[in-house]
Design a protein around this ligand. Structure first.
Ligand SMILES: C[C@](O)(CO)[C@H](O)COP(=O)(O)OP(=O)(O)OC[C@H]1O[C@@H](n2ccc(N)nc2=O)[C@H](O)[C@@H]1O
Ligand SMILES: Nc1ncnc2c1ncn2[C@@H]1O[C@H](COP(=O)(O)OP(=O)(O)OP(=O)(O)O)[C@@H](O)[C@H]1O
Length: 291
């Protein structure tokens, strides 16, 4: 067992999000093609006499450092505890629809399993942290269904690049789901094997994010973000991720994505803008022992 380790917490991006129903407990049933981006938070951990968390990085402002941080909630799932000094380096905007806290929680679970030589907690325990935690723990491109617990593999995706844009408004997930008027929308078809990026973009273009309309009503700036992405040369699709406000542009070429990110960052210096590849199946990139 190593004494220190570092885990990557990639941004979770819903390329589609079809809301197909609602359970008696109020949770919505959804079908989503989820991918992870090559941009995210980093969590370093070192075995220590007691568990403590330090939050650093360019997006640390406003992130809770106490027990409400999902990293500490994840750590508490291990019984007996694995006492670790944790440093969370925040690069993702919070409450942004890209699973920032959920991905950090998943990174903590990987870290403590490695440092403590423990098995991962059962899925039921993961769901107590949040509906996005099981898919973030898997870290692969997956079809997510149920309320987020039903994960199934999809054919390997062609190389794709994302431009992620957050306009700096918090969009609380519960409020967006509450504002969704139609809860029984058409399901998402099975994800086919795409011959190339063009085929993937064409298929995605006729899918949906059903939370886009209620989120746009709460944060009209999302319309501006989507329009600014859609006009970028090479942008094959512009859509909101999750419950927003972060939107993504999807590109078949890395250079076009980088150029679009540069143009948007210059045009809107107050927005969070980044270009990143869509990660393939490689959870091993997500954790490494450092001593
Ligand atoms: C929108 C997505 O990000 C898409 O991946 C997820 O469905 C939401 O995942 P999350 O942010 O981890 O959500 P949670 O923190 O578990 O739930 C926050 C609130 O969102 C609503 N919620 C969440 C997930 C779901 N399938 N149906 C819901 O109605 C519930 O009101 C819940 O109280
Ligand atoms: N590690 C964390 N990083 C960021 N926010 C956290 C963290 N732990 C707890 N929070 C709290 O959780 C709230 C939601 O954060 P999170 O980043 O998970 O939302 P999100 O990106 O919208 O997730 P999703 O894509 O699942 O909707 C934040 O506003 C913050 O107060």
């Amino acid at each position: 067992m190593s004494k220190t380790a570092e885990a990557f917490a990639p941004a979770k991006v819903n390329l589609t999000l079809h809301v197909t129903g609602q359970r008696a407990d109020g949770y919505h049933l959804l079908e989503s093609l989820v991918v992870f981006a090559g941009v995210g938070d980093r969590l370093r951990g070192q075995l220590a006499p007691e568990t403590r968390l330090t939050v650093t990085g360019p997006r640390a402002a406003g992130v809770p450092t106490g027990d409400s941080n999902l990293v500490l909630k994840a750590a508490r799932l291990f019984r007996p505890e694995v006492p670790v000094a944790l440093t969370l380096e925040k690069h993702l905007p919070a409450a942004a629809g890209i699973g920032g806290g959920s991905s950090d929680a998943a990174a903590c679970l990987r870290l403590l399993a490695q440092l403590g030589g423990r098995a991962l907690p059962p899925q039921a325990a993961l769901l107590t942290l949040g509906a996005d935690v099981p898919v973030c723990l898997a870290g692969d491109p997956l079809r997510m269904a149920g309320i987020g617990e039903d994960l199934s593999p999809v054919p390997e995706l062609p190389p794709l690049w994302l431009v992620l844009v957050n306009p700096g408004v918090d969009v609380p997930t519960p409020a967006v789901f509450r504002a969704l008027t139609n809860k029984t929308n058409p399901p998402m078809p099975d994800v086919p094997a795409f011959a190339d990026a063009g085929a993937a973009l064409a298929w995605l273009a006729v899918q949906r994010n059903d939370l886009e309309a209620p989120a746009r009503a709460q944060a009209p700036v999302i319309d501006t973000v989507l329009a600014a992405l859609a006009v970028q040369p090479g942008c094959g699709l512009a859509r909101m991720s999750g419950s927003g406000a972060t939107c993504f542009g999807l590109f078949a070429e890395a250079a076009a994505a980088a150029a679009a990110a540069g143009a948007l960052a210059r045009a809107q210096p107050g927005w969070w803008v980044t270009a990143a590849p869509v990660l393939g199946r490689a959870p091993d990139q997500l954790i490494r022992a450092t001593t």
